[in-house]
Design a protein around this ligand. Structure first.
Ligand code: ATP
Length: 230
């Protein structure tokens, strides 16, 4: 279980997150939604150790991991698929997969990636930068299967992709969830995210304005948060 307690964080340009509490229980899907600039990406960066909070705690399976480096959190089971995919365009698919894989699965990494997305198996020698946007996203997502994490942080993984690819990606995510992994999902397709999620948080201007089950969320609350009402 991942717990963010009273998180305050930001950049030298100012504070973005203010006293944010969020829990990702074991084997559950949590959607984090909210308007542009609300701080969703910043929250995922805090959760994976990429950005150190200025206040609050990150508790992972009961252990306070606040301030630990991102490699440490990765070893403890957190896998972050960043916005913009983060693949190495000048390397082949197979080399990208190997780089993402922890040492113990290194040799089996490409086989596992192809199990997750057969299309990656067919394109193992292709340079990642020459693949379509959807294929690059599959490559980024293969990480979540190859490295066998317990908690997966997903930042707008369906962004800019054709509806057919988005469906394929959601099917993959549903498979991850069925296999017992916890997902924290930042997603622009709000309806789809709410359909999939067990719990939902709305973040607006750096504060949580709703936390609960999707069924408790009224359309007006969603609309209000997206129109930026405070
Ligand atoms: P979007 O839906 O548009 O991706 P978001 O909810 O993910 O938005 P963030 O990307 O977390 O929001 O940004 C929150 C605020 O922090 C914004 O005002 C943004 O300009 C600012 N910000 C983000 N990254 C940085 C950075 N590296 N340096 C300075 N300010 C930043």
């Amino acid at each position: 279980m991942l717990e963010l307690r009273g998180i305050t964080a930001g950049y030298d340009t100012g504070t973005v997150l203010r006293n944010v509490d969020l829990i990702v229980p074991d084997s559950s899907v949590v959607a984090l939604i909210g308007p542009n600039g609300a701080g969703k990406t910043t929250l995922l960066r805090v959760a994976s150790g990429l950005l150190k909070p200025t206040g609050g705690q990150i508790i992972l399976d009961g252990v306070d991991v606040t301030g630990r480096p991102t490699e440490d959190l990765a070893r403890r089971g957190i896998c972050h698929v960043p916005e913009g995919r983060g693949v190495f365009p000048g390397l082949s698919v197979a080399d990208n997969v190997r780089l993402q894989a922890p040492p113990q699965v290194d040799k089996r990494a490409m086989a596992r990636a192809a199990e997750a997305f057969p299309r990656l198996g067919e394109r193992a020698t292709q340079l990642a930068g020459t693949m379509s946007g959807g294929e690059q996203q599959m490559l980024a997502l293969a990480h979540t299967y190859v490295s066998d994490p317990s908690i997966v942080l997903l930042d707008e993984v369906s962004m800019g992709l054709a509806p057919k690819i988005v469906s394929e990606i959601f099917e993959f995510l549903e498979g991850l969830a069925r296999s017992g992994k916890s997902l924290l999902l930042v997603e622009q397709y709000v309806a789809r995210a709410l359909e999939f999620a067990d719990y939902v948080y709305i973040l607006n201007r750096g504060r949580i304005t709703f936390a609960g089950e999707p069924g408790e969320l009224s359309e007006s609350a969603v609309a209000e948060s997206y129109l930026g009402a405070s």
